[in-house]
Design a protein around this ligand. Structure first.
Ligand SMILES: [Zn+2]
Length: 457
């Protein structure tokens, strides 16, 4: 009886199934018709242009890269490669220098293609999809957006070749700028101040209990659970200008431009890359104040000393978090009193009264040993960092006091693509993908068109 009352009364008419149109809209069909008709024509036009380049290249006799002598003709076997509209063909002449064991196919160098591979703008677009979505999803997007059928593994291979090219370039740029005779590329003037911040997190790495052929696609369910020690630190460094922090709404600032660097591994490495990016931008001269925003981690302050003219800022929210630790202990979790107490400290710190705050803390007489220890640690932390807590001054100079922009940048570089559920990375795979994401997030994606994809055996 009770069940009867709970169920809804049956309507008189049976339900109507939601209806779709019998076929795609007229306009969508027109679009497809045109695409089907012109794709082969585009491919043919492209092939004709390739043939013209091949004609021009026929007379080129390359010099041996080792001994410099003209190389001798060997053969001209046909090759093909894959582009957006289909497969292109050519019969590039192969030249050899037997003594040096060198071989070249000038036409392929001229075109920037590799036989048997996905090349050109199709490769770059697949790389773009892989930079923003997991490989399986990228393959699906390739089908939907580009009309290209490719496996997740195929997308992965393209992303590795492009990512290695991007990683090589950024590494070479770091090395170049490590030499003080390097030149800036941006042509921008040196600035009175630049803000620099660093954030990091760990990445789950692939664990292989026995040797097996590397697959590289990220979701590998067969792998054992992650154990201690199978993580790698990944760090992101951010550069921005105080003058480009704009107030979008009262109290909320956002950044017009920021430049990111990233690396898998050591603290020295991320600072090397930050330094290179600073030189590349041309923002720094001997008068520039380098503002370093840190969350209190020692390794940041230790490396900050490489900038002689610097201003160290302890992230305001980390400073406050330490006050919270003591307040919770003293007043209890979720107590309004703790809230008010921390709020007061925050206001005083913001007003630049760190010495007054420390003096007030020293006047407290906590009752228990635990509270006394917690208070001592808070006093110690504020005293030690007082020189990095002149928040009134930083606000007045427009430097900002929180590392929110740094943290959100790091999340965009790393979390949004590399820290999704179940993802495990090979060292090389993570490096290459990070290099691609960096190009994208720094607005430098077009540089990929000027890089030679790296063949990975
Ligand atoms: Zn030679």
């Amino acid at each position: 009886m009770a069940q009867r009352r709970l169920s809804q009364p049956e309507p008189v008419e049976p339900p109507l199934r939601p209806r779709l149109a019998d076929q795609p809209s007229r306009f969508v069909r027109l679009e497809r018709e045109v695409e089907l008709e012109y794709r082969p024509q585009m491919l043919a036009a492209l092939q004709r242009k390739v043939n013209t380049v091949a004609e021009d290249a026929r007379a080129m006799v390359p010099q041996c890269p080792r001994c410099g002598r003209p190389m001798s003709f060997h053969d001209a076997r046909p090759v093909s490669w894959l582009a957006h509209w289909g497969r292109l063909q050519a019969s590039p002449a192969r030249y050899r220098c037997a003594p040096c064991k060198q071989e070249r196919r000038p036409l392929l160098d001229l075109l920037g293609v590799e036989p048997g591979r996905i090349c050109g703008s199709l490769a770059r677009r697949l790389g773009l999809l892989a930079a923003v979505a997991p490989y399986e999803m990228a393959a699906r997007l390739a089908q939907l957006l580009l009309g290209v059928t490719i496996s997740a593994m195929g997308v992965w291979r393209v992303a590795q070749r492009l990512g290695q090219a991007a990683a090589n370039y950024s590494e070479a740029l770091s090395q170049y700028h490590a030499d003080s005779r390097s030149e800036a590329a941006s042509g921008e003037p040196a600035r009175p101040a630049v803000i620099l911040g660093v954030d990091g997190c760990t990445l789950g790495m692939q664990v292989r209990t026995h040797r097996r052929r590397r697959v590289g696609v990220e979701a590998l369910p067969a792998l054992p659970a992650i154990e201690q020690g199978h993580f790698r630190e990944v760090k992101t460094g951010v550069l921005l200008l105080p003058s480009e922090r704009v107030e979008t709404s009262p109290g909320r600032r956002s950044v017009v431009r920021r430049f990111l660097v990233t690396c898998l591994g050591e603290a020295d490495e991320i600072f090397r890359r930050l330094y290179a990016q600073l030189r590349e931008l041309g923002w720094v001269d001997p008068h520039t104040v380098v503002v370093i925003l840190g969350d209190g981690a020692e390794w940041i302050w230790n490396r900050a000393t490489m900038f002689v003219n610097r201003c160290e800022i302890l992230d305001f929210w980390h400073a406050l978090e330490h006050a919270w630790t003591f307040a919770r202990l003293r007043y209890g979790e979720d107590s309004a009193q703790a809230d008010r107490w921390v709020h007061r400290i925050g206001e005083d710190l913001r007003a630049g009264k760190v010495q007054e705050v420390v003096a007030a803390l020293k006047r407290l007489r906590p009752k228990t040993e635990e509270l006394r220890a917690s208070l001592q640690s808070l006093i110690g932390y504020y005293s030690e960092n007082a020189g990095r807590m002149r928040y009134d001054e930083y606000l007045r100079l427009g430097y900002g006091i929180g590392s929110g922009a740094v943290e959100s940048a790091h999340k965009q570089v790393v979390h949004a693509r590399l820290r999704q559920a179940g993802m495990r990375w090979s060292e090389a795979g993570a490096r290459r993908l990070l290099a691609l994401r960096l190009l994208l997030l720094n607005g430098d994606w077009a540089l990929l068109d000027r890089m030679r994809m790296v063949s990975l055996a």
